[in-house]
Design a protein around this ligand. Structure first.
Ligand code: NAD
Ligand code: UFG
Length: 336
């Protein structure tokens, strides 16, 4: 299939482009590079030795999106493009609502206009709010504590309503847990701008010496060791989950958790990183971070049952590959 991958230059999108190309699909990327670099498109080509068509466009721009559909024989869409910083979404909610929801509507409209009925959407475990883990797709969604989470819940509803009204439309809504790690080549990975919000890039930057010390947010959660528990998933497993979702699309809207089904605490992750890489990670325990929940992990059985997909890579592979990318990325920056 010829897949339009919005946000394909970003972290999860770039790994998914590699997985799609390796599975024999072709890829058209649409990305405005607001949180990524063109370089990552070159890296996708380096890794796969395959061609990629790239458009630097904003996918909230209906005319620009129509031009892509008009000239590229698109068979399906994977919609990653979106803004994802939870804290920032509280500060600039309108930007988040506009970007994340209008992009979904513009793409759905183009799909209707050009008769494209295959759609895969990047959602998030954040839509479960503070339901109790393990999270199951059938749970009622609770309001999230931030506009980012609301944009995901609303986009899910919009796409589900379109599928209800149009019996030809197939949409897979993928709720990701905590993607970490990088492609084993070390060429693509997570390179956030500024000080990272997320745990793994913070850990790798502390290991590298760019940041002083990790702050572990909270030691009094009702978990094994008091620190928060998350379902960390290797980004390459997540990427392969998209190929499985695309290959198993069926009419209507279908929701899948993409996680490992296993919780790992923040302190366990730090220890695994130290063991996997033989490097000490300095940390201190501080207050809880507002808005965090104690435990977030998936019931991942539906994806296994219906998509034939399970995550294969363990926490050590996640830590090893995240560190490999961080070291490599530093080298790239120094060479410049
Ligand atoms: P990312 O920021 O690395 O990638 C998103 C890409 O979309 C970037 O390349 C950015 O330039 C592009 N983009 C943003 N708005 C755009 C627009 N209007 N037009 C064109 N391009 C645009 O983020 P990621 O971690 O790869 O996340 C991909 C998707 O997965 C997002 O929708 C995110 O909300 C979702 N998600 C991410 C996580 C996570 O922890 N990384 C968890 C759950 C869900
Ligand atoms: N944490 C720290 N120190 C840090 C950063 C994080 O202790 O410097 C802790 C957090 O308190 C939490 C865990 O590490 O317990 C994971 O935090 P992240 O910020 O890495 O990830 P979140 O679980 O908060 O959220 C992530 C994405 C969301 C997505 C969600 C899905 O950022 O966009 O996973 O589960 F919705």
């Amino acid at each position: 299939m010829n897949i339009l991958v919005t946000g394909g230059a970003g972290y999860i999108g770039s790994h998914t482009c590699v997985a799609l190309l390796e599975a024999g699909h072709s890829v058209v990327i649409a990305d405005n590079l607001c949180n990524s670099k063109r370089e990552s498109v070159e890296k996708i080509i380096d890794i796969t030795k395959k061609e990629v068509t790239f458009f630097e466009v904003d996918v909230t721009d209906q005319e620009a999106v129509d031009v892509i559909f008009n000239h590229n024989n698109i068979d399906g869409v994977i919609h990653f493009a979106g803004m994802k910083a939870v804290g920032e979404s509280v500060e600039i909610p309108l930007t988040y609502y506009y970007n994340n929801i209008v992009s979904t509507m513009v793409l759905a409209k183009a799909c209707q206009k050009y008769g494209v009925n295959s759609f895969v959407f990047s959602s998030s475990a954040t839509v479960y709010g503070d339901n109790a883990a393990p999270f199951v797709e059938t749970m009622n969604l609770l309001p999230t504590t931030n506009p980012y989470g609301e944009t995901k819940a609303m986009s899910e509803r919009i796409l589900s309503d379109i599928a209800k009204a149009d019996s030809e439309f197939s949409v897979s809504i993928l709720r990701y847990f905590n993607p970490v790690g990088a492609h084993e080549s070390g060429l693509i990975g997570e390179a956030p701008n500024g000080i990272p919000n997320n745990l793994m890039p913070y850990v790798t930057q502390v290991a590298k010496g760019t940041l002083n010390k990790l702050r572990v947010f909270g030691s009094d959660y009702p978990t094994l060791d008091g620190s928060g528990v998350r379902d960390f998933i290797h980004v390459v497993d997540l990427a392969e989950g998209h190929v499985a979702a695309l290959d198993n699309l069926k009419k209507g809207a279908h929701i899948y958790n993409l996680g490992t089904g296993q919780g790992t605490s923040v302190l366990e992750l730090v220890k695994a990183f130290e063991e996997a890489n033989g490097i000490e990670v300095h940390y201190e325990i501080v207050e809880r971070r507002p808005g965090d929940i104690a435990s977030c992990y998936a019931d991942a059985s539906k994806a296994e049952r219906e998509l034939g997909w399970t995550a294969k890579r363990d926490i050590f592979a996640m830590c090893r590959d995240a560190w490999k990318f961080e070291k490599n990325y530093k080298d790239l920056v120094e060479i410049k």
